[in-house]
Design a protein around this ligand. Structure first.
Ligand SMILES: Cc1ncc(COP(=O)(O)O)c(C=O)c1O
Length: 386
């Protein structure tokens, strides 16, 4: 075919690194610490509830904004855990995972040429969504070892074209949990420059040690400037259910719903009912959920001590970054291919999550949402790499 049919906006968008690494892992029968989802199921009672909902006939289209009982449950959680008041009728939209919430939000807010600041390493859909919406991504680097950012760098990245700052806390891929000081600084700049914040909080219930998740919307002056995005997939270890949401003040929600309506229209009905039910059990569910992930994090950290990969201890999410041994003289992509082919261990080379600096070349991302056997076997394979 000599005619180019694909739209220009798709130029430069390749296959995601997750698909590439998972394919290699499969071909080489490697232990997969790359792919970012659990290798186990969420709770049995939640699956039973979904099945019950199907048998009860909750199988036709849901309202486009999502079923009211789920929106109410989300509003109650926001009240109970963060002291935030959101109207389920006008401020909350159920989407096909956080991925669609992000897409619909960026489509709803960005005009051609608007600049959007994101912290690198970033969750890769932010960059793609901003470009698809005609926006221009700008980057601020989270720096090793604790993945802090330089306040001056952030301030200097703001121009008169800046419209949005994107944050993700707890953070994929570093496990950083933004501190109150950091969030407060971002909030001050947002208010000073009349900006918005898109805050991706899909790991909101997955924090460790003394780290505390703070929604930036709860900082004074930020409620009406923040679009908070989250998802049930991580909290209930059911990433394939794809039930997410966007929370924002009425006017912004109206714009998001316009895009959502013509993107997915409505999200799977029995799943929404089952998640609404699961939120009534959140208090009793969370302690064990956190403990299990904490144990997995600590197991992997302790196993990694006897490898040549130095780990950066995560305070949230189910990811951690490890340094590539300098003696290897390999960058992240080279070593990821070497490890999967010759050491049977799949990881994610994170340089694709950077738009500006070369920091990603020096690290690999590991996911610890895996069974103990997988974590131990994965570390064993890494140990063989000298
Ligand atoms: C930071 C972050 N945001 C969003 C998503 C996508 O969430 P969902 O599966 O609900 O679309 C992920 C999934 O890995 C993620 O890590």
């Amino acid at each position: 075919m000599n005619k180019e049919f694909s739209a220009n906006r798709t130029n430069g968008m390749g296959t995601s690194i997750f698909a590439t690494m998972s394919k290699l892992a499969f071909e080489h029968k490697a232990v997969n610490l790359g792919q970012g989802f659990p290798d186990f199921d969420g709770p049995q009672w939640l699956m039973d509830e979904a099945y019950k909902c199907m048998k009860e006939g909750k199988n036709q289209y849901a309202p486009t904004q999502g079923i009211l009982s789920l929106r109410k449950a989300i509003s109650e959680i926001q009240q109970k855990y963060y002291g935030m008041e959101w109207n389920p009728e006008s401020d909350i939209t159920i989407t096909a995972g956080a991925t669609e919430a992000l897409y619909s939000t960026f489509q709803a807010l960005i005009n051609e040429g608007d600049e959007v600041i994101m912290f690198e390493p970033f969750y890769d859909s932010y960059q793609a969504d901003v470009i698809l919406a005609g926006g221009i991504p700008r980057y601020v680097t989270l720096q090793k070892p604790d993945f802090h950012f330089d306040y001056n760098e952030l301030e200097q990245t703001i121009t008169d074209k800046t419209k949005i700052i994107v944050i993700n806390t707890p953070h994929n891929p570093t496990g950083k949990v933004y501190t109150f000081d950091e969030l407060n600084f971002i909030a001050k700049l947002t208010i000073k420059h009349n900006l918005l914040v898109v805050s991706d909080e899909v790991y909101e219930f997955l924090t460790f040690d003394n780290a505390k998740h703070i929604p930036i919307a709860s900082i004074p002056g930020m409620r009406d400037r923040t679009i908070t995005i989250s998802s049930a997939g991580k909290t209930f270890s059911m990433t394939g259910w794809k039930i997410g949401w966007a929370i924002a003040s009425n006017k912004i929600t109206e714009a998001i719903r316009k895009v959502h309506q013509w993107t997915t229209f409505a999200v799977n009905t029995p799943g929404q009912h089952a998640i609404a039910y699961s939120f009534t059990k959140l208090d009793e569910y969370l302690p064990n959920f956190r403990k299990e992930y904490l144990d997995r994090r600590d197991l992997l950290l302790s196993e990694l001590k006897t490898t040549s990969f130095n780990a950066h201890k995560p305070l949230g999410s189910y990811f951690m970054m490890v340094d590539i041994p300098e003696s290897s003289m390999l960058n992240d992509e080279e070593i990821a291919v070497e490890l999967v082919k010759n050491y049977k261990i799949a990881t994610i080379p994170p340089s694709v999550f950077y738009g500006k600096s070369n920091e990603g070349r020096t690290m690999l991302r590991l996911c610890f949402a895996k069974s103990n056997e997988t974590l131990i076997e994965g570390a064993e394979n890494l140990r063989k790499f000298k």
